[in-house]
Design a protein around this ligand. Structure first.
Ligand code: ATP
Length: 601
């Protein structure tokens, strides 16, 4: 029996946005551009140019700080690089239109050099490194006086016109700043609605689950930081032309970096349009306050930001975008998908006979300090087979799983997997295992909590399908197969434990694995869900997937496994057919207990 969900088609969308939202957004952006032109006042022009620049900078920051979850607190490094490279080249007679690309190239090199070591580590290293390098660049700008003007700063040569990005009129800077904002928004939107965006958010939410889904987590973060740095530097070049003067303290400034991050935080970190909303709310307030109060209230904008931030944290933890999407959702309830779950009988499928070996594990050894966790473990998995892995708590089952999926390197021994072309491989990293067709679930479920059920499964589907539409189709099909159809649009964090376990399986199944490693997928779920999970596992096997399942639920072990391996204190103490193994006195002694045998009898 399988749950199948019938859902009405989703509303037409453009890269994740409904057409209604696209029109609303276009109207909002057009209004932002038109307001200063209509009011036609110097100060208003200045406010809007500043607003567009800050919104563009914050949108660029959000690609790495929001999507990738890597808090860059020294993002002004890239802004300052763009500004200095632009003006230095302008002094050599090179137009800032070219200078901005040169600045972007330098910023990318610096960004990769700072980020690469940090992204390989867990913890706040990236945030700390950006702050440290911000100071390094400020000192460098002070030191190389001939090039940068040192503490005195640099004036731009006053050459007017489009070629030099310097104007006497008010409209051209507004057009350029607005254009830059549109470019940043378009890039952020493209990233978030394509494979890389899903992979970034997945990496941010659960790095190990993302790795298991075949995501090269370091690479996607490096791409994000490079794009973000390049855009920030380009905006930096233009802002320098607009300000006509730069100096190290202003260009490589920590408060400025934090200000950029704050717009995203207040507007909705990790959302495409949140940074824009944050800037729209805050820039006019602080600029107007600065204009009216002048020198009497220096630093007042900092107070304004702080006050708004406190209010947002208290009342809108997901920022302004969180509030908007809540309003949007409640207005859409009438057309929300009313998914019906119907239960369809699935014709019992013919079980394919067992094939040749597909995984060979030889003499695995692993120590954690003085603890010998895996002691000479070796076994073979055949194509189309379900191999049960059982044993008492702490026997070393998950450790074996970690070694046969690349999450842990064995001290010695080897794991070989036969590829689809018949050749044998010895993968070592999670990405290698995923590439050769080994998918795994985790004992403690690892959903990408902030993503919907559909998006969670799409992260798995992206492993084989780079196109968003294809990945979405595969995800939907897999969700229906796993009985998750009615919850496609629900956030993963809202699922029950049974739902989360099925989501974990669905994400792996969307990768179209040839070998599936299931780590206690039946633990903690009710009897109906256990029955359902057994049926599901059998249907997965019948579709040609070979399975190794760690399980404590003996009902499942007995009805699923072709063969069972029993681990105790890191060693295999028995193996064979389930009925034989459960009668083995060593297994009864070490794991099952006499009660189990009486119950079986
Ligand atoms: N990273 C680690 N560092 C030190 N010890 C560890 C580490 N991971 C696991 N262990 C220890 O290794 C032993 C085996 O753990 P493992 O999780 O593989 O057992 P298990 O058979 O999967 O247990 P369970 O059924 O409870 O999940 C345990 O004693 C555990 O505390």
């Amino acid at each position: 029996m399988t749950d199948i969900s019938l859902a009405p088609p989703a509303p037409a969308r453009l890269a994740g946005l409904t057409w209604r939202n696209v029109f609303a957004l276009a109207g909002f952006l057009a209004a932002l551009f038109v307001i200063p032109v209509v009011i036609d006042d110097d100060f208003i022009y200045h406010i809007f140019v500043t607003l567009f620049i800050f919104a563009a900078l914050s949108t660029a920051w959000n690609i790495v700080g929001g999507f990738a979850g890597q808090l860059s607190l020294g993002h002004a490094i890239f802004y300052g690089i763009g500004a200095y490279v632009g003006i230095i080249l302008m002094n050599m007679g090179i137009s800032p239109w070219l200078g901005m690309f040169a600045g972007a190239a330098v910023a990318v090199v610096v960004a990769v050099a700072i980020s690469y070591p940090c992204f390989r580590l867990r913890g706040p290293f990236f945030a700390l490194a950006t702050i440290a390098f911000l100071e390094v660049f400020r000192v460098l700008a002070l030191h190389f006086r001939e090039l940068t003007g040192g503490a005195t700063g640099l004036m731009i040569p006053l050459k007017f016109g489009w070629e030099w990005m310097v104007f006497r009129e008010r409209l051209p800077p507004l057009i350029i700043a607005f254009g830059m904002l549109l470019v940043c928004l378009a890039v952020a939107w493209w990233i978030r609605s394509h494979r890389i965006g899903f992979q970034l958010v997945a990496t941010r939410e659960r790095e190990s689950a993302a790795k298991a889904a075949g995501v090269d987590t370091v690479k996607v973060r490096l791409i994000a930081v490079s794009v973000s740095a390049a855009l920030t530097a380009m905006v930096g070049t233009f802002h320098a032309m607009y300000l006509t003067f730069i100096e190290p303290a202003a260009m490589f400034s920590l408060p400025f970096s934090i200000q950029i991050a704050m717009f995203a935080l207040i507007g909705g970190i990790g959302t495409v349009f949140g940074p824009l909303l944050g800037a729209v709310l805050l820039v006019p307030i602080s600029e107007v306050a600065r204009g009216w109060l002048g020198a009497h209230a220096l630093g007042l904008h900092g107070f304004v930001y702080g006050a708004v931030l406190i209010l947002v944290v208290l009342f809108m933890p997901n920022g302004l975008m969180g509030l908007l999407s809540r309003l949007n959702k409640s207005s859409e309830t009438s057309r929300q998908r009313q998914a019906q779950t119907i239960t369809a009988a699935q014709a019992p499928s013919e079980r394919p006979s067992l094939g040749d070996a597909i995984v060979k594990v030889e003499s695995l050894e692993k120590h954690f300090g003085g603890l010998h966790v895996t002691n000479n473990v070796g076994f073979t998995l055949r194509e189309g087979e379900i191999l049960g892995l059982i044993g008492p708590n702490g026997a070393g089952k998950t450790t074996v799983f970690n070694m046969i999926s690349g999450f842990l390197a064995p001290d010695s021994g080897s794991v070989s997997v036969r590829g689809a072309d018949g050749t044998w491989h010895k993968p070592t990293t999670p990405a290698d295992f995923a590439a050769i067709g080994v998918g795994r679930t985790f004992q403690i479920v690892q959903p990408f909590a902030a993503m919907t059920v559909e998006e969670n499964i799409m992260v798995g589907a992206f492993h084989r399908f780079s196109d968003v539409h294809e990945a979405r189709e595969v995800a939907r099909e897999t969700a229906h197969r796993m009985g998750l159809g009615p919850w496609l649009d629900a956030e993963a964090r809202g699922l029950t434990i049974g739902g989360l376990k099925r989501l974990e399986m669905a994400r792996v199944m969307a990768m179209k694995p040839r070998v599936l490693l299931l780590d206690e997928v039946m633990a903690g779920i009710n009897q109906t869900d256990v029955r359902r999970a057994i049926d599901l596992t059998l249907s997965i096997r019948d579709s040609g997937v070979s399975i190794i399942a760690i399980e404590h639920v003996m009902q499942a072990v007995m009805s699923l496994s072709d063969r069972v391996i029993v681990l105790s204190s890191g060693q295999i103490i028995a193996q064979g057919k389930p009925q034989e193994v459960v009668r083995d006195p060593t297994v009864i002694e070490a794991y099952l207990g006499k009660e189990f045998v009486h119950a079986q009898a």
